[in-house]
Design a protein around this ligand. Structure first.
Ligand code: ADP
Ligand code: ASP
Ligand code: MG
Length: 409
């Protein structure tokens, strides 16, 4: 007998019928002889609707009140699911994040889990109960309600699996696994049977919304075996593990993309040793996340620095740069919105030179201009215009032969 943590996302619990379907999947796992802890998200688009209502009241709502509001979504699902499981004749109990012992840092909107006090869950499991836990939420040491960031229920599930030393964590969702790229955008996308933690972490960080990046981080750090699979179809999903066989010697395992990117360029900056740290410390102090950075004009007395940010941070970035113009000593700022980041990811790149070159050739062949580039051992990211994002992904998917990935159920 083992312990399985199952997580069901918003679309999998979107209405009462779907919640009853989830109750069946939970019961099956219990009938297999396993202890079961289930983590659920808010029903359907509930979180989006809650955000939307708050924004009708304020364009910059208090982060504390947003957490108070958003955590209500998951609380509805846990009670309904516990009822549906009880209705099938099993002993089930629902817990909010804080009742489940989820302790987070004191940050609203994007808190990290610090500790999970598992005594209560362990006692219930010992008594044969099925535990239903609200994803995405926690409590600070001071008793404030927090959330883990959008998509954070995945992280609740993996963190619980690590804390309870579960045998496996199954992430049930509306696709049948992790695909070579988002199957909603690219028809030829193929399900991968396996992917390594490092590749999955890159894909998740680079925009593949199928898993929350911190969930993958937890899984890697604590060696949790993760499977992403369908809540509707009964077929094997994608296993995320330390080592996987090189499926058909793929160099690129997946393609991730993200729109709403903006490039900001600081032109005519004093080429002093202090300029770079001053700019990026100033931005970091305002919690502005900077991604790709390009510096040009080194060796002359004026330099230019370009960096990419999320478009939603543009207004604040421009404000911060303007406020600090005296300190930063630049001539002017330029910005370009309407950009996207398209990234190829694969552990096979480490030992195969020329992958970036091939990526640029493919994009150039499609008439797609690359505006920024960044690389790591296992990824190459390019910034292109929004209108060309999907064609860039499709062209790369073809060129790196991802449609040839063998699929078996
Ligand atoms: P849930 O509500 O179950 O958490 P999400 O919407 O967060 O579901 O994640 C599933 C979605 O992730 C899919 O519907 C798909 O559009 C998207 N996605 C993005 N990249 C990938 C990928 N590489 N493989 C599979 N799905 C992906
Ligand atoms: N309900 C939250 C969201 O929509 C958390 C989650 O679904 O993982 O982002
Ligand atoms: Mg999700």
């Amino acid at each position: 007998m083992g312990l399985i943590v199952q997580k069901f996302g918003g679309t999998s619990v979107a209405d009462v019928k779907k919640i009853q379907n989830v109750a069946n999947r939970v019961a099956e796992e219990k009938e297999n002889g396993n202890d079961v802890v289930v983590v659920v998200s808010a029903m359907g688009k509930t979180t989006d609707h809650l955000v939307d209502m708050a924004q009708q009241i304020s364009t910059s709502p208090s982060k504390r009140e947003m957490d108070m509001l958003l955590t209500t979504g998951e609380q509805v699902t846990i009670s309904l699911l516990a009822l549906a499981i009880q209705q099938k004749g099993y002993d089930a109990i629902s817990y909010t994040g804080w009742q489940a012992g989820m302790v987070t840092e004191p940050v609203h909107g994007n808190a990290r889990i610090l500790d999970i006090k598992t005594e209560r869950i362990k006692k219930d499991l010992a008594e044969g109960r099925i535990i239903v836990v609200a994803g995405f939420q926690g409590l600070t040491e001071e008793g404030e309600i927090t959330t883990l960031g959008r998509g954070g229920s995945d992280t609740t599930a993996v963190a619980l699996a690590a804390a309870l030393d579960a045998d496996k964590c199954d992430i049930y969702t509306d696709v049948t696994g992790v695909y070579t790229t988002d199957p909603r955008y690219v028809k030829g996308a193929r399900k991968l049977l396996g992917i390594s933690y490092d590749e999955m972490l890159e894909l998740a960080n680079l925009g593949a919304g199928v898993l929350h990046p911190r969930a993958v981080e937890f899984a890697k750090n604590y060696g949790v075996t993760l499977e992403v699979r369908s809540s509707m179809e009964v077929e094997r999903g994608t296993l995320i593990e330390e080592e996987i066989s090189m499926e058909q010697n793929l160099i690129v395992r997946g393609i991730a993309f993200e729109d709403q990117i903006t490039r900001v360029s600081i032109i005519g900056l004093d080429n002093s040793i202090a300029s770079l740290p001053t700019i990026f410390t100033t931005l970091a102090n305002h919690h502005i996340n900077v991604d790709i950075i390009i510096q040009s004009g080194t060796g002359t007395d004026k330099a230019n620095i370009s960096f990419s940010i999320k478009s939603s941070d543009l207004a604040e970035t421009l404000e911060v740069l303007e406020e600090n113009k005296g300190l930063l000593n630049y001539e002017h700022i330029e910005s370009e919105t309407g950009l996207s980041k398209v990234s190829i990811v694969g552990a096979g790149m480490i030992s195969n030179p020329g992958v970036a070159a091939k990526m640029f050739e493919v994009l150039a062949g499609e008439g797609i201009q690359v505006k920024m580039v960044s690389t790591s051992e296992i990824k190459v990211s390019t910034v292109v215009s929004d209108e060309q994002m999907v064609s860039a992904v499709e062209a790369l998917h073809d060129a790196f032969e991802l449609a040839k990935v063998a699929v078996s159920a």
